[in-house]
Design a protein. Structure first.
Length: 743
């Protein structure tokens, strides 16, 4: 039994949450904002900081570069030509750095004109790749081209830092090697016994100021990635040394996946607690534990701590985790939202969205509604516990965050956003007349019809990413992806034709994958880009993790673990041997080079052999497989329960009389105006009046529930005959083109 002292008032408890260096430069990683939003509704006062952006801004400043270049480096003859050039041009870097950072923060847009003249920034080796700029940005993309050039300029300085100051430096990660696949804590522990690095000292100076001001009782460190781990331990080490009374806890994506079998007691020289999975309840219980003033039993939720020199895992609280509707709206206060820098590192449309622009982060649903993919961590709560959030609550949170941050861009960070919830969210956004921009990750499933994609576009959706993985139907079935290549082609076409950019995650080296399947997969990808239904993609090599079905049952997938030993520190990535004996590494360069060209819209006529310097077999995929799949006739059967909505507005009405062979009848012309153009339809007077009333009921802006296809049919047939003849008539077909959607 663990005893603490009880304090009845929690309001004075100061919690300080940080994300240690480094993650993204353009927007804060959302974990601390999520937790702070929850602590707000519990009346637990909290402050937060993204130490990554703060270290970067201190380092990449006039004063920062002056100190950097005055830092002792090795003898000139030992330095590379690149570094010697940067040292020779150090005054140019010092002179320009503040202006460049302000430009990347959006505060100095006119500098783009000077940067694009290419005689303003000092240039080193990163500028050798400039031949692709005309393709990427053309003659009109001055701001984007300047962002890319400014990014290369920063990366040149980064190369100098790596060579002369700190070999572990990286913009979006720090000392990542020490955190990746670290089964033993030994190497990281030894690194922490060394003198602080140049970057460490900057981190500690910021930490000193913040801890001294806030004086928290609980210091929470979110560690999303291996590249944050070293800095997390350095931060904890500094606080432990200078403020031994502050309790220190770690949570986040890295411990959730890597530290589930933690047993090395040395970790608790730095941390008091390490929590797993959803952090809200574990943190609330930690706050209660720290505030006890009477000796009563303390309860924990999914928490590692040290007792009698041994690492123990406590999960003795019977309280259930909070529902997603109960955790509050993410709170971005305290974060330096106007000081993040937008960079364009590589000319990939989707990767550019990760690094350029400020995005508010939200989640439509906890976990994954599919939860079957065999390469994924489906045994862990962040995947297997599926809980969607109501669309009206999501919109409430969006409006709150817009008011707080001044930004209306949203990145929904779902494992796979559910199509039905995306539909409901889009309808709610339109009903509230919100002007927002959003994007998310999906599964390429058949629910994404042409009309649903048009609805999503109308609500502000600009891009989706999804896993095609291995473009082979046999392997997709083995993965249990629940899609076929043909289905992916149709769905990506629907998104593309709606004006929504599509990015595909691509995989090679999946267990039992043959060389022929790798070649055929590349051919499928080539065709998808050639017909224009994919705009962006990225190949990554399969990695086996301990919490996936492949990792749990490797024998079912034809692979053998190299070792069954469980480490005392991080345990997630598993080294394995594929029984096929194929060296999948050798395909890496050719797959990525070909994809780079396909994204440029070129080299579709190259033989696949041209991308590899070793012999590959001919593809067995028909050269028109994708285009043939897209030419299949659409199914015109509409479910009676399908919801019909109207995206347009009210028409202007004109009456006229039509005569033929002595007979005359009254007609109506309905003229509609959308954002791009105007169009008109003609109907009989009675049908036109019915149509106007029906469109009002179907309008997404009316706030009315809307009607199903069967309800519209039944209503029509109480006044007229032959609904099908009316529904498939030229006037209704025109309305279908301009915003009558079947969902």
């Amino acid at each position: 039994m663990q005893l603490f002292l009880h304090k009845t008032i929690l309001l004075k408890t100061q919690v300080f949450l940080i994300t240690p260096p480094f993650t993204q430069l353009n927007t804060p990683y959302p974990a601390t904002a999520y937790i702070k939003g929850f602590l707000n509704i519990k009346n637990i006062s909290a402050k937060q900081a993204d130490l990554g952006i703060e270290v970067i801004l201190k380092l990449f400043s006039k004063k920062g570069l002056e100190k950097l270049f005055n830092n002792p480096v090795s003898k000139t003859q030992d330095l590379t030509a690149n570094t010697q050039r940067i040292l020779a041009l150090k005054d140019e870097y010092i002179k320009t750095i503040d202006s460049v950072i302000a430009f990347l923060q959006g505060k100095n847009p006119t500098l783009a004109l000077q940067i694009c003249q290419e005689d303003y920034l000092p240039e080193d080796s990163r500028f050798a790749q400039l031949e692709e700029l005309d393709w990427a940005f053309g003659t009109m993309g001055t701001q984007d081209k300047a962002k890319h050039l400014a990014t290369l300029y920063l990366e040149d300085i980064s190369d100098f830092i790596v060579e002369c100051v700190d070999a572990n430096f990286g913009f979006s990660r720090y000392a990542e090697r020490l955190g990746r696949s670290a089964n033993s804590f030994d190497e990281l522990y030894l690194a922490l016994q060394e003198k602080p690095t140049y970057i460490d000292k900057i981190l500690m100076s910021i930490l000193k100021e913040k801890i001294g001001t806030i004086q928290p009782e609980l210091f929470l460190i979110s560690v999303p990635f291996p590249g944050n781990l070293y800095s997390a331990f350095r931060s904890a080490q500094w606080v432990r040394k200078h403020y031994p009374n502050i309790k220190i806890a770690m949570g986040g994506g890295f411990p959730n996946t890597e530290l589930r079998s933690l047993s090395d007691a040395r970790v608790f020289e730095f941390f008091d607690y390490i929590t797993l999975d959803d952090g809200e309840l574990p943190i609330e219980l930690l706050v209660e534990a720290i505030c006890q003033t009477e000796p009563i039993e303390v309860f924990f939720k999914r928490t590692f701590l040290l007792e009698n020199g041994k690492v123990v895992y406590k999960n003795n609280s019977l309280k259930p985790d909070y529902k997603q509707s109960e955790v509050g709206t993410p709170d971005y206060s305290d974060l330096l939202l106007d000081k993040y820098i937008s960079v364009i590192e590589i000319v990939n449309p989707m990767h550019r969205m990760w690094s350029d622009g400020r995005w508010n982060k939200l989640t439509m649903a906890h976990g994954c509604y599919w939860g079957k993919c065999t390469f994924c961590d489906i045994s862990l709560d962040y995947i297997k516990v599926y809980e969607p959030i109501a669309a009206n609550l999501l919109c409430d949170r969006m409006e709150e965050m817009i008011a707080q941050t001044g930004q209306n861009g949203f990145h929904y960070v779902d494992e796979a956003a559910p199509p039905a919830l995306m539909r409901a969210l889009a309808l709610e956004i339109l009903r509230r007349k919100l002007s927002v921009t959003w994007w998310t990750n999906i599964r390429f499933e058949k629910s994404f019809t042409r009309d649903l994609c048009l609805l999503l576009k109308a609500s502000g959706c600009i891009a989706v990413s999804g896993g095609l993985e291995v473009a082979s139907d046999r392997l997709l079935k083995l993965i249990d992806k629940g899609v076929t290549v043909e289905q992916v082609a149709k769905v990506t076409r629907n998104f593309t034709e709606a004006g929504i950019m599509v990015h595909s995650y691509l995989m090679y080296g999946y267990p039992s994958q043959t060389v022929q399947e790798t070649v055929d997969s590349l051919e499928m990808v080539r065709q998808l880009f050639e017909v224009g239904v994919l705009q962006s993609g990225f190949w990554h090599q399969f990695a086996m993790t301990a919490h996936s079905l492949v990792g749990i049952y490797p024998e079912k997938f034809g692979v053998v673990k190299e070792t069954e030993t469980i480490g005392t520190f991080a345990n997630n990535d598993i080294n394995y041997v594929d029984k096929t004996g194929i060296d999948h590494d050798k395909f890496s360069f050719g797959l990525k080079k070909s994809l780079f060209n396909f994204m440029h819209g070129i080299c579709f006529d190259y033989d696949l052999q041209d991308w590899f310097d070793f012999k590959i077999p001919k593809t067995k995929i028909h050269p028109d497989f994708i285009s043939n799949a897209l030419e299949e006739e659409e199914d015109f059967n509409i479910k009676p329960t399908a919801k019909i909505v109207w995206l347009g507005g009210k028409p202007l009405v004109e009456h006229f009389t039509k005569s033929k062979k002595g007979n005359s009848w009254e007609m109506m012309t309905l003229t509609f105006h959308d954002k791009k153009e105007s169009f008109a339809i003609q109907t009989g007077k009675n049908e036109g009046e019915w149509l106007i009333k029906t469109l009002e009921k179907l309008s997404v802006y009316s706030g009315v529930r809307g009607l199903t296809f069967q309800e519209i049919k039944s209503d029509f047939e109480t006044h007229f005959e032959d609904f099908e003849l009316f529904w498939y008539s030229k006037p209704v077909n025109t309305l279908r083109e301009f915003g009558v959607l079947v969902l």
